[in-house]
Design a protein around this ligand. Sequence first.
Ligand SMILES: [Zn+2]
Length: 1003
Amino acid sequence: MIRCLLGALLSLCFFAANSFAQANPCSLTDHMEYTKKIKEFTTESFFSTELVDHLPLSACVPPPDASLHHIVGAPNVLDYTKDINAYFRLLASKSPRVRVWSIGTSEEAREMLVAAVSDEANLSKLDRYKEITARLADPRGLSDAEAQKLIAEGKPIYWADGSIHSPETGAPEMLMELAYRLAVEDTPFIQKIRRDSIVLITPIVETDGHDRMVDIYMQHKKHPDLPPYPLVWWGHYVAHDNNRDNMGVSLALSRNMLKTFLDWHPTVMHDLHESVPYLYIMTGTGPYNAWLDPIVISEWQEMAYHEIEEMTKRGVIGVWTHGFYDGWAPNYLLSIANSHNSIGRFYETFGNGGADTRVRMLRPPDTNREWYRPNPPLPKVKWSARDNTNMQESAILFGMNNVASNGQKFLNNFYLKSKRSVEKARAEGPAAWVLPADDPRPAEQASLLNLLQLQGVEVQRLEKELHVTGVQSGQEAGSDKEKSTEKPDVAARPKEEKKSPEAVIPAGSYVVRMDQPYSRLADMFLDTQYYSPRDPRSYDDTGWTLGALRNVKTTRVTDLSILNAAMQKMGRIDSPGGIDGQGKTFLIQHNTDNTLATLRFRLTGVSMEAAEGSFEADGMKFKAGAFVIRNADRAQLEKAAKDLGIKVHATNTSLSVKTHPLAVPRVALVHNWQNTQNDGWFRIPMEELKVPYTYVADTWLRETANLREKFDVIILPPMGGGGPAGLSAVVRGLPMRGDPRPWKNSAETPNFAAPGLDSTADIRGGLGYQGLANLERFVREGGLLIAVQTSASLPVAGGMTEMVNVSDARSMQAPGSVVLSTIDDKKSPITYGYDEKLYVYFRQGPVITVGSNFGGPGAEEGLGGAPRSSGRGTASDPDVIQGRLYEPPEKPVKRSAHEQELYVPEDLPEFARWAIPPKDQQPRVVLRFAAEKDLLLSGLITGGNEIAEKPAVVDVPHGKGHVVLFANNPMWRGETMGSYFLVFNAMLNFDHLDAGGAAVTSP
Ligand SMILES: [Zn+2]
């Protein structure tokens, strides 16, 4: 109030006395001061348009500066979530054209909002418009005539959302001005948007990361001579990958946005990003996601070109499309819209990582003229936060006006896409996907089905056994094999046209029908993907087949008769659990359902054992790794089994199988102070499955000598970039320059640390040589170190492993694919519960090799193997050396990759033999990548021979402990549930990993 007397915020005091309850129309004038500042902060006239070069002043509705004390796009200032949300609520309280509601909270309890902006008349009928889009979204039983009536009555809904990526700070500010402008401005252009559409705005998608970013930015503004903080955590779990969560739906923001989408069915969903200059409007290079209706591909282009044309007409420089991002993987936030028959799109404006005004220099790749960038950015320009605001706001206003002006067309397209999704079963097919009732992993199957239901997909359950033709496993690599046995003309036709034998689908199987509105989403998640090496380099993962990655059986059915079978629509699906039989010994099949790990950590006080081999009890077969629980409290166990969907068999049979105790290990998960993203994908499943862990920093490992006293297992998720440079970065960490840099909450940084995150007195220095030494001692004293993907080089280069090498791929391209691996050591506890084959997620490296120093010549080289030397005859003829009797060469020795790795030639010299560790201290290859021809299920791999038949998971003894190396990433984006148990098995058996291995030969 004192400020009002000072006159600085006269307008706020004035507005506070008004309210929209007063019926009089609000008078509009020019907001001279605001307009003057817009001009001042815009660095070039060609970074603005007539839509945003001014701001009107309403007599009843407060403009952003009244609440924020600065204009939107002002230099050197950013606003916190609570202040941005407060402005939207203020708008709603003052304008009848704005409504605001919460759509949920983040992991750290910050609120996410939606503001609806439209004419009063439209807002008073919001529920009716919502009803119309919902009916068009599910047009089953709707005639075309009825649909046309609804389309005529309906309004398109345009949902703009800002700052899923925390360093991209412009959109939350811009969206406040946009909301105000849409609510008050009276130009025909804005009136059109207001009258003929409903605009939804979510100012901040990643609210936790936004507040940490504002902390960092504003702290640095106050202390410009100190080095700026890295944004160690964006969101609570992951950074940039929060925009890769649409398949796993692991994050609160994904759930909140998905739920809101399914509630409103917005016609367009538009994410606002910042990176490339100056304004990129998404279409993408392709290959586009192959399961989308082609209509949406046209809509992207048409909308992008409309905005490019409008901006370019006005002399705006550097607005372009196409050459950024591909459009293939359905894991982005905008995929929510695209995979549900709406339009998902995005912008990238030029960002400065905050609200700085800076001169920016561009290199030729950004300034060259291209067909898709006819008016390219300039090599050098001063760029400001206001420029960013102008570009985003102008372009999205053209986009909104376009949708409002063509609302009937967009709604009709939405209806058509929905209708064609329902027709998919009988048009392009398949008819359905089936998840059979006899899946050995019922808990994981239920989890996948519940994920589909969360996405709005209907799941049914088959009442009776069904006989169908036209089935194909969803997890079948190397399908060329079939072709070779077929006549060429038959093989050339799509697989479903071939006569396939009758298959039996058991009663109780789950059916995902393809005659439902979101059939395309189910099909794109469950089908296999082929990404051609001829296509542009992929922007992200190329393969994701969820059945394979979750190790859940799926069957693609093209036989239409399945649609006529009796089935029941399901609600939430739980896998049944409980105890059958009588007796004092409880047996649990190890099926690698992840809830088994939950059970172990839930009943910490109950002794459990792992069977070291397969066995039978009461006529039932149990696999190696089966849980054996003796003399437990039946009621307690039964409660846990029911809660977790685990089947337990009680028996009095005496068991002769060898067992060892299943540990309840103390687990540490490591992060550094530069980038925490990959560990977040480990933290999420461990927290969801209630597997306790302690989150520790690299710097803490450096400072803690007695790690073994504190932990049994330490997990190094992928950290750094791999290779010598990545290793160097892990060891060095942030430079030890200047003063200690605490990461703690303070008056200037109130949002740095939240429960579940970490804090420290100094983030500098990394793991250091001492940290490496402490880790080595930890393993030597009996600990288990699990090192994943890029982190695998740390224990190897750090000297903790013998006969193992880790290297980067030479020329292989594997940009995130689903590949086949086989269990190589069935007796290793790490493989307990698994069948022969497992599909895993693999991205680019590392390449792990074992024993190559001593392995001797393989089948393909030396000792008479190919290639032969130059000489007489054809390539396969024997060579004949002149002047002596012909001696046929020795037959090449055939050894499997497994045999070859640890093969020691008989003629190895003594000094070299001495260097080979005893058998029980040699590495055990646990999981191995398949042969090259069988390797790829989904995505792209070129040069796959670099990993074909090479180790995927290796267990290396060191001292009293073990190092387990992963070339695949077993915990990735909430998609790889099938490989989680490789980690859990290693953890639960950390002190018995030698089980099933070579007999101990050394003290
Ligand atoms: Zn972004």
